[in-house]
Structures are given as C-alpha cells and as structure tokens.
Write a protein that binds this ligand. Structure first.
Ligand SMILES: NC(=O)c1ccc[n+]([C@@H]2O[C@H](COP(=O)([O-])OP(=O)(O)OC[C@H]3O[C@@H](n4cnc5c(N)ncnc54)[C@H](O)[C@@H]3O)[C@@H](O)[C@H]2O)c1
Ligand SMILES: [Zn+2]
Ligand SMILES: [Zn+2]
Length: 368
C-alpha cells in the first residue's frame, strides 16, 4: 500500500514551493522507504527552484535528510526497519572504475536516475496520480521517501536527527572539501568565499585540519559573525572600493595557501584563483549556472604552479565519511547543532526557502 505523505514540491521555476499530500509507493528490490525526521534546506534545492540545477519538474525537493527505515525491499540486507539513516544524494553504480577506485562522486553512471530510485521509475505521485521526480534520488523533504538503499547510510541512533541530516550534504561537502579534496595542511592559511551552511563547514574543517589563519568573506555582515563563531580568524565584507585579491595577498604576505569558493559564481572562482599564493590551491565548491565560466591568466599556471579544482560532495565516500563526520561531532570537535539557525515545520517550507534566499540562516532545517 502506498503511504500518504506531506511533501515540499517545486512545480514551477522561480515560484514559491508548495506543500502537498503525495503518495509514496512501497520499496521495490534494492530500495527502502524512510520515515523522515529532519531535512536541511540547502542552496542546491533553491538552485533546482531557480533552474540553476536543471531537473525536470514537478520535483519533491530535499536531499539533506535523516530518518528511520520503515520498510525494505527484496535484496536489501544491510538495512532493516528501525535503523536510523542519513540520505546520500549521489548515484553510485559500484562497478565503474571510479566507484571501484573509491571515488563514487565521479561515478560514470551518475547521470542515471537523477530524479528516481536507481531502477528509473517514479515511486512518488501527486493527489491526481501524476508521477513526481525526487531531487537527486532523494526527495527527502517529505514525510516518507522511497529511495535506493545505496542512497542511505546507517548511523548511530544516539545522534539527533536534525544534526545528522546536515551530514547528508552541507557538512560533508564543506569538511570533505578541506579533508579529502584540498588535504589542508596544519599551519596553513585559508580563504573562504561564502559563509552559508557549506562555507561554515569549510571553516570548521579548516579548524580541525589545523589551519592557522581562516579568512571568511561574505556580503552579509551577520554571516561573518557566524564565521567567527565557527573559527574564522578574520572576516572580510567585500565592498566596491576594496579589491579582495589585493587584500588577501597583503594580509597573508603573498596569498592564502587555499581558497574555497562556496557561492556558485565563475567570477568568484576567478577571484579565489587570483588570490592564492604561488603553488596554492583554489577549490570551487559552489554550483554556478550552466552557462557560467571562469577565466584564468594561462601564464600563471606554469609560472606560479597554481591549481584550480572543484569538489563534489566533499570528494566523499558516504559510508566512510558520514561516520567520520558524526564521530567528530560526538567527540565535540564538529559543531552541528550550532549550524541550525532555525527549525521549520513542513507547512513553513516556503518561509524556509525565503529565509535561505535572504541569507538569514547558517542552516534552516525542516523537522517532521
Ligand atoms: N559541490 C557540492 O557538492 C555542493 C554541495 C552542496 C551545495 N553546493 C553549492 O554550494 C553553494 C553554497 O551552498 P549553501 O547551502 O552554503 O548556500 P547559502 O545560500 O546558505 O550560502 C551562500 C553564502 O554566500 C554568500 N554570498 C553570496 N554572494 C557572495 C559574494 N559575491 N561574495 C561572498 N559571499 C557571497 C551569501 O551571503 C551566503 O552567506 C551553492 O552554490 C550550492 O549549490 C555544492
Ligand atoms: Zn560508478
Ligand atoms: Zn546540498
């Protein structure tokens, strides 16, 4: 029997999200149905609404989710009803050369089933019976979601769901970019452009990695105050008169060792690249519009040995990195509860997105 669930849907680009009653089918082979407890509101959900991330509509939003397994389909042996899980939003075929080499974020099949479980057909329908897509194989902004078992990671049940949910995207993306992608070294200097849920997680990761200087850059003053709470040593509010590259080069005597772009802008990616020192590393984490591009002075590549790279989902392996993040949380070294500025009911989802767009929250979380 399908389960009835309240869900947050995007039906039309650039329109407020709608909360509707949907039907969620039981799991098929290799799938599980999860009863959601919490789902973070990530900028990537907003990007699906404004078309930056172009997925077909209508779409059940949400990918930063945590909840309890309600039912498992045939062949699912590593999950059972009652297990606490966090959603992972990447498709991992498990067989391609990237998956077997431990780099599932580069899975060659990742374009498959972007809005369904792996099998490729929808498990969610609206009240009229029309099929609904699920964001990145998750659709976690709903009371129930049926997804592939590969998109779920079992967690320690003593971790509160709202904290655990954040590990499903923002925290693993930010901390993973520091640990896995950049491999930030102790004593180094780090610049972070954009201090939302992702950028603040980069800052926390940089603290844990032993960075000596962490310079936060954001266009909103309150975000800079948050950045300092999470460990930024300096903060910069960009103004038209102030050249961020010159500022960073001056205060770090030649440029930071690392710069992380956590906004989603080609222009800022270029700024991050220009700012880093000789031999430095700039990492693009933000997701820019499809037509956006970045230019670098080609000569600086050989003469200054600078690197411009990207990081998808913190270059993580979900089953390795989620427990690692939650272990740091349990050890008191990674702040998760402090990232949650506001909790919303599902009916308040339109407000949650308006607050995200206005930059009000470190992270907003919908609790079910
Ligand atoms: N690479 C990945 O796997 C991955 C995963 C999750 C999110 N993302 C992307 O990361 C980006 C950040 O996500 P988020 O959830 O933290 O978003 P957010 O909206 O919470 O935060 C973005 C921050 O950037 C700031 N900002 C905007 N313009 C700026 C500018 N010109 N200079 C400096 N700061 C500026 C905003 O004030 C805000 O604080 C988004 O593009 C999102 O899609 C990428
Ligand atoms: Zn693969
Ligand atoms: Zn996300």
């Amino acid at each position: 029997m399908p389960r009835t669930a309240k869900a947050v849907l995007c039906r039309e680009h650039n329109k407020p999200v709608v909360v509707e009653s949907i039907a969620v089918d039981p799991p098929q082979r290799g799938e599980a149905t999860v009863k959601l407890a919490a789902c973070g509101v990530c900028h990537s959900d907003l990007s699906a609404i404004n078309g930056t991330i172009a997925l077909p509509l209508p779409l059940v939003l949400g990918h930063e989710g945590a909840g309890v397994v309600e039912e498992v389909g045939a062949g699912v042996t590593d999950l059972a009803p009652g297990d606490h899980v966090v959603f992972s939003f990447i498709y991992m075929c498990g067989k391609c050369r990237f998956c077997v080499a431990g780099r599932p974020v580069l899975c060659l099949e990742q374009g498959k089933a972007l809005t369904t479980p792996r099998e490729g057909t929808p498990r969610a329908r609206d009240a009229a019976g029309a099929p609904l897509g699920i964001f990145s194989g998750c659709g976690a902004m709903a009371q129930y979601a049926t997804v592939s078992a590969e998109n779920l990671v079992k967690i320690d049940p003593k971790i509160p769901f709202d904290c655990a949910a954040l590990v499903g995207c923002g925290v693993t993306t930010g901390v993973g970019a520091v640990f896995n992608t950049a491999k930030v070294q102790p004593g180094s200097s780090v610049a972070v452009f954009g201090c939302g849920g992702v950028g603040l997680s980069v800052i926390q990761g940089a603290v844990i990695a032993g960075a000596e200087r962490i310079i936060a850059i954001d266009t909103l003053e309150p975000k800079l105050a948050m950045a300092k709470q999470f460990g930024a040593t300096e903060a910069l509010l960009p103004t038209p008169e102030l050249d961020a590259v010159k500022f960073l080069k001056k205060v770090t005597s030649g440029g930071p060792d690392y710069a992380f772009e956590c906004v989603g802008s080609g222009e800022l990616a270029g700024t991050a690249y220009r700012a880093i020192r000789r031999g430095g590393l700039a990492v693009v984490v933000g997701v820019a519009k499809p037509g956006d591009s970045t230019a670098v002075r080609t000569m600086t590549l050989p003469f200054e040995e600078k690197t411009l790279t990207g990081s998808y989902f913190g270059s993580c392996v979900p089953r390795v990195d989620f427990p690692r993040m939650l272990g740091l949380y349990l050890a008191g070294r990674l702040k998760l509860a402090e990232l949650i500025t506001r909790r919303y009911s599902i009916a308040e989802a339109p407000q949650a997105f308006a607050d995200l767009a206005a930059g009000k929250n470190a992270r907003g979380v919908i609790v079910f």
